[in-house]
Design a binder for this molecule. Structure first.
Ligand code: NGO
Length: 522
């Protein structure tokens, strides 16, 4: 009774105080530097504050919602030190709490949309599907002070401006690609990258698992691929590979953040590591026993497309990978097969497409695969040639847009960048942001496009510091291209939001490139 009295009297005193500081000190919800920009934000001039009474209520009887609630608690507890608990909606509700609920009533939110309502009395997050709750939590994180991202207790206060965010993605596929073949990245590194892309509402991690320089996934029927083919990196070093258990661990980790893993085995080119492991897959008479390769040339290797053994190999690899991969896609590369004659390349890709389908998956390939006959369920990834993108659209296949000139995160920012290549372009933040998938290639329109993806190739990128420096802050810009409606995207306004977002990336421990194009708020 006494504590209730204290609480009531305290709130009578506190509410006017909070209200007054809201209008003077706190930004409005519509002024928060949210990235990607939501579909709609309506601010009401007040604040909600996390405190000792805050709990997270998950819809009862739904384990998945409970796990998402726990994910939110784990994001909030280190910095606030509040020990926010997860309860179920059956527990007596306390004012000042956060409620996560799935609703059948609001199907317009789709698979990933959400509605986040922040009031002084509490927070409600609604979605049609669990993934929507997860995406909405990313908005809630960004509506809190940047220090919420720190791993040690900070002083607070933990205020959120009130209002409503109603939001859903423009594109169904919003991906990042990580090349673990040129330089191997550990399971822990990949998990960190998953955490980072998830916070910008991306939903695909494409792993480039094989290339001339390394084979990074255990294939039980062809064991030397990993043990020998995975034993080096560009420039030397010990390389590495994921065991099937480790790969499954990554798949599950990604899944818990509503991210689909798309595994890529590049073929028929970019296969030197496989050819070195199993020379019988080769029919290059000049070099029948290729060695492991540590350089960065491309386009010199090919599987022997005229041998039946090659198709047994492809079938085994795709079968094992498909069994480990719950997502719908297997990426088969198909790029830069410069030493595979086109009359062999086309039937090879057609046959590989059938193999992928026979294992219950859809094929994705780099844009060159449009030389073959694509099924309408196959997807082409545009990176270089407009005519190939046009051919995909004509064939009725969907496209993932990754134009190297804008979307490649391994391109240098400018001529002084410490890492990266620049064969496609120097890509400063404005050009990384200022492109529009639906008008990029004439003959390719919105309806042909499944989504966007930001690849990072790792010829010059050997560790997480280099990776984060190249990916940030261009990756959040690409995430916005994929998520936000075209009408909500504007470079100068994005640049200002990004400037305020710098301290959040710092709190997340991201060593980003502090581009001079942006005024970074300290
Ligand atoms: C190209 C090439 C890759 C390189 C990358 C470097 C594609 C699809 N194939 O993109 O092998 O690593 O450029 O930027």
């Amino acid at each position: 009774m006494r504590s209730l009295y204290l609480k009531i009297s305290a709130s009578i005193v506190l509410i006017p105080l909070i209200l007054s500081c809201s209008s003077e000190n706190s930004p409005k919800l519509s002024e928060q530097s949210l990235i990607p920009m939501p579909v709609s934000v309506t601010a009401t001039d007040s604040v909600f504050e996390l405190d000792e009474n805050t709990a997270i209520y998950a819809q009862s009887g739904n384990e998945e919602v409970k796990n998402i609630a726990q994910y939110l608690a784990d994001r909030l507890n280190p910095a606030t030190g509040l020990d926010i608990e997860v309860k179920t909606a059956n527990d007596a509700s306390v004012a000042g709490s956060i409620h996560l609920t799935l609703t059948d009533a609001d199907t317009t939110l789709g698979d990933e949309g959400y509605e986040l309502t922040i009031a002084t009395s509490g927070i409600k997050l609604l979605a049609h599907q669990p993934a929507g709750l997860f995406r909405g939590i990313q908005t809630l994180r960004q509506a809190l002070p940047a220090a919420i991202e720190k791993s040690e207790k900070q002083s607070g206060p933990w205020r959120i401006p009130t209002g409503t965010v109603r939001d859903y993605p423009e594109y169904a596929y919003r991906g990042a690609m990580l090349d673990v073949a040129r330089h191997f990245f550990s399971v822990e590194d990949v998990k960190r990258y998953i955490d980072l892309i998830a916070s910008y509402k991306m939903n695909v991690l494409h792993l480039h698992l094989s290339d001339d320089q390394g084979w990074r996934i255990e294939i039980k029927s062809w064991p030397k691929l990993a043990t020998y083919g995975g034993s080096t990196n560009v420039g030397g070093g010990k390389g590495g590979y994921y065991t099937q258990e480790q790969y499954s661990d990554l798949v599950n980790y990604a899944q818990s953040q509503y991210i689909t893993i798309v595994p890529e085995i590049d073929m028929p080119g970019h296969t030197n590591s496989a050819l070195a492991s199993y020379p019988e897959l080769n029919c290059n008479e000049k070099d029948p026993n290729p060695k492991l390769y540590e350089g960065i040339e491309v386009g010199f290797s090919t599987l022997c497309t005229s041998k039946e053994l090659t198709y047994k190999f492809v079938d085994d690899v795709v079968r094992e990978l498909a069994a480990l991969t719950p997502g719908p896609y297997i990426h088969v590369g198909g790029d830069e097969s410069h030493v595979t004659p086109m009359e062999e390349y086309i039937p090879f890709i057609n046959r590989v497409q059938d193999i992928v389908q026979s294992h219950g998956k859809h094929m994705i390939g780099w844009d060159e695969v449009t030389n073959a006959s694509l099924k309408p369920t196959s997807v082409a990834q545009y990176w270089a040639k407009a005519e190939y993108a046009q051919s995909a659209a004509k064939q009725g296949a969907k496209l993932i847009m990754s134009p190297a000139k804008y979307a490649y995160l391994d391109m240098q920012y400018d001529s002084t960048s410490k890492y990266g290549l620049h064969w496609a372009a120097y890509i400063e933040l404005d050009s990384a942001y200022n492109w529009e998938p639906s008008t990029m290639v004439s003959g390719v329109s919105r309806k042909d496009i499944l989504g966007v993806e930001a690849p990072i190739w790792t010829e010059t990128i050997a560790d997480m510091d280099a990776l984060e420096y190249m990916a940030f802050p261009r990756l959040p810009g690409l995430a916005e291209i994929g998520w936000s409606p075209k009408s909500a995207r504007d470079w100068t306004q994005y640049r200002d939001r990004l400037g305020k977002h710098g301290k959040r990336m710092e709190a997340m421990g991201i060593g980003y490139y502090p581009s001079k194009q942006v005024v970074w708020e300290k």
